[in-house]
Ligand binder design. Structure first.
Ligand code: MN3
Length: 199
């Protein structure tokens, strides 16, 4: 199935001041569009034309680097736009998410520390994640376009730490971007929906 660029689920200026319209215009219209365009070219003749996006990601991993990089980033960004919302973030969590964060990660403060530290310490481009692994919540990070699907984990929340995601608004201050993401942008209801579908 060919890849399509989804519309943003909010206006370009809806996430300010934490993520600007300029960032979203470049990130969505240029970067995500390039993953879609290049992914569709590389999908042709790959033998995976009829596969779901998740299957393209897991089946191209380790044997078709070009397709994997673009399909992985398409998957990551389709969710990334939905992992944020205006007036999001903070520690007012859906009950099922709060219970798992308390049980598996030691509470919201420990989650925030682990998640922002994973993003800050990812060397170069990549992502930090909250995943469901063997029935438990865990915090991880991946390089470049990789995502937890290739490790048999379910991605519940991811934050893009490629420079294109924060350099316009935060310059080199990646930790400030990560803190703003957790405190002001996360769409916890979308995380809850992914968890409900996975458990
Ligand atoms: Mn990106």
């Amino acid at each position: 199935m060919a890849f399509d660029l989804p519309e943003l689920p909010y206006a370009y200026d809806a996430l300010g001041p934490y993520m600007s319209a300029e960032t979203l215009e470049f990130h969505h219209d240029k970067h995500h569009q390039a993953y879609v365009t290049n992914g569709n070219k590389l999908l042709e003749g790959s033998g995976l034309e009829g596969a779901s996006l998740e299957e393209v990601v897991t089946k191209s991993f380790g044997n078709n680097a070009g397709l994997f990089n673009n399909a992985g980033q398409h998957y990551n960004h389709v969710h990334f736009w939905n992992w944020m919302k205006p007036n999001g973030g903070g520690d007012k969590l859906p009950a099922s998410i709060e219970a798992k964060i308390n049980e598996d990660l030691g509470g919201f403060a420990a989650f925030k520390d682990a998640f922002t530290n994973a993003g800050a310490t990812q060397f170069g481009s990549g992502w930090c994640w909250l995943v469901l692994k063997d029935g438990k919540f865990a915090v991880t990070k991946t390089p470049n376009g990789e995502n937890p699907l290739v490790n048999g984990e379910v991605p519940l929340l991811g934050c893009d730490v490629w420079e294109h995601s924060y350099y316009i608004d935060y310059r080199n201050a990646r930790p400030k971007y990560l803190e703003a993401f957790v405190d002001n942008l996360i769409n916890w209801e979308y995380v809850e929906g992914l968890y409900d579908a996975a458990k």
